[in-house]
Design a protein around this ligand. Structure first.
Ligand SMILES: [Fe+2]
Length: 346
């Protein structure tokens, strides 16, 4: 990997030292920027952003240590070599602690200086390589996550489609529940990420019906007690299917648990576990309202669609009984805004 810049900032108030050091660095292939005060050096640093700086500790005005600190504030990876007078070790510890990578004593031995400068550039290259590696890795992780998400959504869509094939009477049901759930969640100020999770839960909420005998799903009369018990098992099947979907956890929400709870009721009379209000997830409460509204207002093998005014009466009656108050209120607002026509909610 090539070095991006061979610029080296040199600052020494002894003009002769700044010049001779710069001449030497030029001769060995670097691009020195000689300066004579810390103030001037800092301006040049901001203009050229050199990777390596050679700073005299004792400077008039702003000291070399303060200049070092200011440079580190701007670019923490800058490699700084401090110059100190012969026999004077004062401030060296402070400089090293503030981020200097080396210090040399005057008079400068150019061979030692070259060794130190090369070491600094090696470190700069290493830091650059590390940064590039990190960026590449982050990009790779982002690409892979994107691929996994795309695969996950394809799996979810396919599972949703399978449910529709199995249960033609609920054709469109899933889509309307998805739209209504999302609209209620939006009304309740869900974030975009949570809306995405809500959508997935709604798409998959009845996926477990694939395990229910088709003759029960399409039976033109009201299910018997035994058949109802079988039908109710669809939530358990949904849970088992969803929890085994690879990478489902990257959604950041417990989709399987939300779906498992979509027939729970806040009065504890739902199924499969008869959970109480505080134990039911908010997304499951939304799904319960959307599912109930949609189911009642659409045709079933054993009954005709219930008119919307009666559906509204039922959910108002169940507000705070079976259904969560906030979810019902949000649902009523959504329906009102869409002329009480579920098909209009998109
Ligand atoms: Fe269901």
């Amino acid at each position: 990997m090539g070095r991006s810049s061979l610029k080296i900032l040199v600052v020494d108030d002894e003009i002769e030292i700044a010049r001779s050091t710069s001449d030497y660095l030029s001769r060995v292939g670097f691009e020195p920027i000689p300066t004579y005060t810390a103030e001037e050096a800092f301006i040049e640093f901001q203009n050229h952003k050199p990777s390596v700086c050679i700073l005299d500790i004792h400077l008039p005005g702003m000291s070399g240590i303060d200049l070092l600190k200011n440079i580190m504030k701007e670019e923490v990876d800058t490699q700084i070599i401090m110059l100190t007078g012969y026999g004077s070790m004062e401030n060296v510890t402070e400089a090293l602690r503030a981020g200097a990578c080396d210090f040399l004593q005057k008079p400068i031995n150019f061979e030692i200086l070259l060794h130190s400068v090369n070491k600094c550039f090696d470190k700069v290259d290493l830091l650059r390589m590390k940064e590039e590696y990190k960026n590449n890795l982050e990009k790779e992780v982002a690409d892979k996550t994107h691929q996994i998400r795309a695969g996950l959504y394809a799996t979810i869509r396919t599972l949703g489609r399978i449910t529709r094939f199995r249960d033609p009477y609920t054709q469109g049901h899933e889509e309307r529940v998805v739209n209504l759930s999302k609209a209620i969640a939006t009304k309740m100020d869900y974030t975009l990420e949570k809306l995405q999770g809500m959508e997935i839960a709604a798409v998959l909420h009845d996926v477990g019906k694939i395990a229910i005998p088709a003759q029960i799903l399409v039976k033109p009369s009201k299910p018997t007690k035994k058949e109802r018990a079988l039908l109710e098992e669809h939530v358990t099947y949904s849970f088992k299917i969803i929890k085994d979907i690879p990478f489902i956890d990257i959604i950041g929400m417990d989709i399987a648990e939300i779906v498992y709870q979509h027939h729970e009721r806040i009065d504890g009379k739902g199924y499969p576990r008869g959970l109480e209000e505080e134990d039911i997830l908010d997304e499951a409460k939304i799904l319960a309202v959307a599912d109930m509204v949609e189911s009642m207002s659409s045709h079933r093998p054993y009954r005709a669609a219930i008119p919307m005014n009666r559906v509204l009466d039922v959910i108002k009656d169940q507000r705070g009984v079976e259904l969560d108050v906030d979810c019902v209120d949000a649902c009523l607002k959504v329906l009102e805004e869409n002329d009480f026509d579920i098909e209009k909610i998109v």
